[in-house]
Write a protein that binds this ligand. Structure first.
Ligand code: ADP
Length: 348
C-alpha cells in the first residue's frame, strides 16, 4: 500500500487512529489522533507518543505476534478524564520494512463506563434504601417473637413502627416503578389537551389533609379562564403533587404555600407560548450547594429530615423526567432562611 493510500485510509477512520510499521515509527495519524496525542507525531517512535505502559505493551505484542491486541488508554485534558478502548490490528503487506504494520484505533468509551458506574451506584443505593427498613422489620419481628411476646403495650408500639417501615418500603418500590415507567415514556410526547387550573385544584384537594395537619394554608393565584396545554394529566398531577407535598413537608414552617399560574404568549425560556407554575414556600430554604444535584436519584439536601418525613429521595427525579417528557423546564431558586421557589415551565 502506498504512503498516500495509507494516509487516506487512516484519515477515513471516524475516531483517533494511527499506523505503526515494523520500523516502530508512526507512519500515519489522522486529525483526531493528533488532537489526542500531539500534532507532530508522524515519524516518531510509538513509545515516545503512546506513553502509557499498557498501550506500549499492546503495541509490542501486536508487532511481535502479528496479531490483534487490546487495552485501555486514559487521557485528561485538564478538565476531565476520557477513557478509550485501544484496539491494535495487524495488517500484512503494509508499511516500509518487509511489510506489515499495526493499525491502532482509540474508541471513546467514557459514556459507556459512566453508564455502567451509574447503574452500579443505583443498585447499591436501592439496596441500601431497602435494607434500612428491612433491618428494622427483622429486628422487631425477633423482639415480638421473644421478649415482647406477652407485653401488649410494646406489641402495639412495635407493630405501628413495623407498619411505618413497611409503608416506607412500599413507597420506595412505588417510586422506583414510577421512575421506570416515566423513563421508558420519555421520548413519547404527550398529546392529550388538558386544563391546568382544574388539574391543580384537584391536586390541592387531595393534599389538603396533609396541609391541615401541618397547619399550612395553600393559596392559588391564577388568571381567569381556562389554561389549556398538551400533557399527560396523570403525570402532571404527579409533578405538582410531589412539588406541593415537598413545599408543605420541608417549607411548611413558613405557614403558607403559594401556587402562581403564569401563562404567557412568548416565554423567554421556551421561545413560544408557555405556562409557568411556581410553587413558593417560606420555609428554611435549600443551601445553594445542593441546588444543582437536587433532581438526582436519592439526593437529599437534608437527609435526616427526609428520612424522618418518610421521603424516598426520588420525588424530584420523577418530576424532572416527567417535565423532560413534556419538553418543559424545572427551575429551583432558594434563599436560605427565606424559602424556595420551584418553577415548572411547560410549553402550550
Ligand atoms: P424526598 O423523598 O427526600 O422528599 P425529593 O426528591 O422530593 O426527595 O427531594 C429531594 C430533597 O430536596 C429533599 O430530601 C429535601 O432535602 C429537598 N427539598 C425538596 N423540596 C424542598 C423544599 N420545598 N424546601 C426545602 N428542601 C426541599
Amino acid at each position: 500500500m502506498s504512503h498516500d493510500l495509507i494516509g487516506e485510509f487512516v484519515s477515513a477512520v471516524p475516531m483517533p487512529a494511527l499506523m505503526v510499521d515494523q520500523t516502530e515509527r508512526i507512519i500515519s495519524a489522522n486529525t483526531d489522533a493528533k488532537t489526542l496525542l500531539g500534532q507532530n507525531i508522524e515519524g516518531r517512535h510509538y513509545a515516545t507518543i503512546l506513553r502509557q505502559p499498557q498501550v506500549i505493551e499492546a503495541m509490542e505484542q501486536s508487532l511481535r505476534t502479528k496479531g490483534p491486541a487490546k487495552t485501555r488508554h486514559l487521557s485528561n485534558d485538564g478538565a476531565q478524564d476520557t477513557a478509550f478502548q485501544v484496539e491494535c490490528r495487524y495488517l500484512n503487506g503494509v508499511g516500509a520494512v518487509s511489510g506489515g504494520a499495526v493499525l491502532v484505533v482509540f474508541q471513546d468509551v467514557t459514556h459507556l463506563e459512566q453508564a455502567t458506574q451509574m447503574r452500579r451506584d443505583f443498585v447499591a443505593n436501592v439496596s441500601h434504601e431497602l435494607r434500612t427498613p428491612l433491618t428494622a422489620l427483622m429486628g422487631f419481628i425477633e423482639t415480638l417473637q421473644s421478649s415482647a411476646r406477652d407485653d401488649a403495650d410494646a406489641r402495639d408500639r412495635f407493630l405501628q413502627i413495623m407498619t411505618d417501615e413497611a409503608n416506607r418500603m412500599n413507597r420506595l418500590v412505588g417510586d422506583l416503578l414510577s421512575l421506570n415507567r416515566v423513563e421508558s415514556q420519555e421520548r413519547v410526547r404527550p398529546t392529550e389537551e388538558l386544563e391546568l387550573k382544574g388539574l391543580l385544584q384537584s391536586t390541592l384537594n387531595s393534599l389538603r389533609p396533609l396541609a391541615d395537619d401541618a397547619s399550612v394554608t395553600m393559596v392559588v393565584n391564577a388568571p381567569a379562564g381556562p389554561v389549556m396545554l398538551p400533557g399527560d394529566s396523570d403525570q402532571l398531577r404527579q409533578v405538582f403533587t410531589n412539588l406541593i407535598e415537598n413545599a408543605i413537608k420541608y417549607g411548611g414552617s413558613g405557614g403558607s404555600v403559594t401556587i402562581n399560574v403564569l401563562p404567557s404568549e412568548r416565554d423567554t425560556a421556551m421561545r413560544g407560548p408557555a405556562v409557568r407554575v411556581q410553587i413558593v414556600d417560606k420555609g428554611p430554604g435549600i443551601d445553594a450547594v445542593h441546588l444543582p444535584r437536587l433532581t438526582e436519584r436519592f439526593y437529599r439536601a437534608d437527609s435526616h429530615r427526609s428520612r424522618q418525613l418518610g421521603g424516598t429521595g426520588l420525588g424530584l427525579a420523577i418530576v424532572k423526567h416527567i417535565i423532560n417528557r413534556h419538553r418543559g423546564r424545572l427551575r429551583v431558586e432558594s434563599d436560605l432562611g427565606k424559602g424556595s421557589v420551584f418553577t415548572v415551565i411547560l410549553p402550550r
